[in-house]
Design a protein around this ligand. Structure first.
Ligand code: TRP
Length: 337
């Protein structure tokens, strides 16, 4: 069986962008792969080092979101990154194989540095060693567990490419040790926000969360961007520029009739939005019911995390024996031979 390694930073609740961008894939794929899902607390600290409470408090919240979304602990291991010290060790070995120039050119980190002017300076002049280097530690996350496939959103592609480069270089220098992992994208690797922005994101304040109540969803959907040419309720409109139609499509809700009625001016936006809010709530209902169950059984959640972490650590320990051998760091193993 091939191995999936993937995960998220514990910095807030997961939203539809996470769900359709990759979480749904992970849920569907977990039956056919050995699946490890990491809660990337070490990576979250790279830009939240002054907020340890925020990161720590979001670890269980993220676990709840995973379990709610349908990650099944019988089929997947959910684990905590900081509890796998082998990953920190491997990160150090990998850090020799990546130039600073290469790290500065990573488009995702570049974008993120621009978003975080408050911590990294207006021109990124105060960027930290840890943040610039987090793709190296992400490469260690994936390879320390012998990952084959990494289901992620499209913003993560540069990191997977970086991982593949590190693997090639490592294998070239120290001998074949790792396989090159592959990214796995969903058919919708990036979900637009309520405001029409290309990316749904917490920081853009345009997201619907998996745990949002029906009232919250209705309030948010009411603010969604629709065809600006449509002024009156019975004006014909173009659904292709409407975020409400976009989400109807995403959850496959009556799409053909909605499209037809919208184009003919037979569908007012308010009614259409109410219908969407209701359909979204129904769509999220099983997810929210599972969340409620686990919220009432937090001991079970902790056990899932402990077991997942133990399984991940065992695997990393095996891989690191191979790594140290190939890097000639297995001193006392050698002397006995
Ligand atoms: N960078 C990912 C994110 O921001 C989180 C992550 C950390 C990750 N390590 C990983 C994803 C390993 C896939 C594989 O969402």
């Amino acid at each position: 069986m091939k191995t999936i390694i993937t995960g998220d930073r514990p910095t807030g609740k997961l939203h539809l962008g996470h769900y359709f961008g990759s979480l749904k894939n992970r849920v569907e794929m977990q039956y056919d792969y050995d699946t490890f899902i990491l809660i990337a607390d070490v990576q979250a600290l790279t830009d939240n080092f002054e907020n340890p409470d925020k990161v720590s408090n979001n670890v269980r919240q993220l676990a709840l979101d995973y379990l709610a979304a349908g990650i099944d602990p019988k089929h997947s291991h959910i684990y905590i990154q900081s509890l796998i010290p082998e990953v920190a060790e491997l990160t150090i070995y990998f850090s020799n194989l990546v130039s600073l120039g290469r790290l500065y050119r990573n488009p995702t980190t570049k974008y993120e540095i621009g978003q975080k002017k408050d911590i990294f300076g207006s021109k990124g002049e105060s960027i930290t060693y840890g943040f610039l280097g987090y793709p190296v530690s992400q490469a260690a996350d994936i390879t320390a567990l012998d990952g084959d496939v990494v289901p992620v959103g499209d913003d993560q592609l540069p990191h997977i490419e970086q991982t593949r480069e590190i693997v090639r270089k490592f294998n070239h220098i120290y001998g074949k040790t790792f396989k090159e992992p592959e990214a796995y994208l969903s058919s919708t690797p990036r979900i637009k926000g309520l405001d029409g922005n290309e990316k749904m994101s917490k920081s853009l304040n345009n997201a619907i969360y998996l745990a949002d109540s029906e009232e919250e969803i209705l309030k948010k959907v009411m603010s969604a961007v629709t065809d600006p040419q449509k002024i009156k309720k019975d004006d014909p409109a173009n659904p292709d520029v409407c975020m409400v139609y976009y989400y109807h499509k995403l959850i496959d809700n009556n799409v053909e009739s909605i499209c037809r009625e919208c184009k003919k001016g037979l569908r007012g936006c308010v009614a259409c939005k109410k219908e969407l809010a209701h359909a979204l709530s129904e769509y999220l209902k099983p997810i929210q019911e599972r969340r409620q169950y686990y919220e009432q059984h937090l001991d079970e959640v902790d056990n899932i995390l402990k077991e997942g972490t133990e399984a991940a650590r065992k695997r990393a320990q095996q891989v690191m024996i191979r790594v140290r051998q190939n890097m000639k760091l297995d001193y006392f193993e050698n002397s006995r031979k």
